[in-house]
Design a protein around this ligand. Structure first.
Ligand SMILES: Nc1ncnc2c1ncn2[C@@H]1O[C@H](COP(=O)(O)OP(=O)(O)OP(=O)(O)O)[C@@H](O)[C@H]1O
Ligand SMILES: [Mg+2]
Length: 323
């Protein structure tokens, strides 16, 4: 059994996965409520909360799997990218667990984790795939030739799609985390009420800073007292623009291979309009509960990542960014 930990941002998560890919348990403790009053994640606050939560969350993951530590054969953990202090809590806990039981440790790339959310469960996706990864910190098109690797085909030149959702939600006064709130509000609005264009940059890259600015001007130019009445229309039109850009580029990247080889992962893959737009195309949508950060996907990635034998991993470090 693989025991995995994920603490790269504001979710403290642990999961148990059988070596054949069956998910035995997945526990996610979100800190969203803690950061809401600041309008975003405060790194130092996140690290301290991870410290408090990591042991209870691991304990609960083992309990739900009906297993003890003696059933764990491999420990996996997110090494980066993410908030460095937050990552260090998970990495230190994972090292301690692995070292104390003389187990190997698998350091996992968080983005590979999002991709590997596709390989869990009774019907795992089968590469080769073109994968749209749209999350809070990244928006990329990836070529996934096999479960163990990916190559970046295109990436955002400025904001990530999730970031655009969060910032748009903030402009509309929806609080944090904004993506799900904007999604809910948009369901009551008219997506054609406003025309928010999204920049078409060359190749397979994305850009979302322009659409965010367009929303900012639309909100600013509203007559006093009108925001409340137009909020749902603004949300629906804004969401439509982002989703259209994502779907257009993703289908272009899938190209000749067709949508049947297209897969979508990351927090924004939970968006209802994105899922509806791709529903009939044959594209693979990662299960809702595996879209935002979780440790099940980290355990899944660990099945395809070389582990480090005991005790050689004690010196490894976390990394904040891909470069
Ligand atoms: N239904 C939704 N519609 C739109 N966006 C959503 C929805 N649900 C979640 N999101 C967005 O997904 C993002 C969180 O996703 P995820 O947890 O994968 O990102 P992250 O781990 O913070 O970033 P990264 O994986 O790039 O390091 C947030 O920006 C959130 O607003
Ligand atoms: Mg993530």
């Amino acid at each position: 059994m693989i025991l995995a930990l994920e603490t790269s941002c504001d979710e403290t998560a642990a999961a148990c996965l059988a070596v054949d890919g069956r998910l035995l348990s997945s526990v996610v403790a979100s800190q969203a409520g803690l950061h809401a009053r600041y309008g975003g994640v405060v790194p130092e606050v996140a690290s301290r909360r991870h410290l408090e939560l990591v042991v209870p969350v691991v304990r609960e993951a083992l309990e739900r799997a009906g297993a003890g530590l003696d059933a764990v054969e491999t420990v996996a953990v997110t090494q980066g990218p993410g908030l460095i202090g937050a990552l260090l809590v998970g990495l230190s806990a994972a090292k301690a667990l692995a070292w104390s039981r003389r187990l190997p440790l698998v350091p996992v790339d968080h983005l590979h984790g999002h991709v590997a959310s596709l390989f869990i469960g009774p019907e795992p996706a089968e590469p080769p795939l073109v994968c749209l990864l749209a999350s809070g910190g990244h928006t990329m098109l990836l070529d996934v030739p096999e479960p163990s690797s990916y190559r970046v085909l295109g990436t955002t030149l400025d904001d990530a799609a999730g970031e655009a959702f969060d910032k748009g939600a903030r402009l509309l006064g929806l609080g944090y985390p904004g993506g799900p709130a904007l999604d809910r509000l948009a369901q009551r609005g008219d997506p054609d009420a406003y025309r928010f264009p999204v920049a078409r940059v060359p190749g397979l890259d994305f850009s979302f800073s322009g659409v965010k600015t367009a929303l900012m001007y639309a909100v600013r130019d509203l007559p006093a007292g009108e925001l409340e009445r137009r909020r749902a229309d603004l949300a629906a039109s804004y969401q439509r623009a982002i989703v259209r850009a994502l779907v257009e580029r993703a289908l272009a990247a899938a190209g000749g291979a067709g949508a049947a080889r297209l897969a979508v992962v990351g927090g924004v893959a939970a968006n209802s309009e994105l899922r509806a737009r791709l529903a009939g195309t044959g594209a693979i949508l990662t299960p809702l509960e595996l879209c935002t950060d979780n440790a099940a996907m980290i355990a899944s990635a660990a099945r395809y990542t070389r582990g480090i034998p005991y005790p050689d991993y004690l010196g490894i470090d976390a990394y904040a960014s891909l470069s």
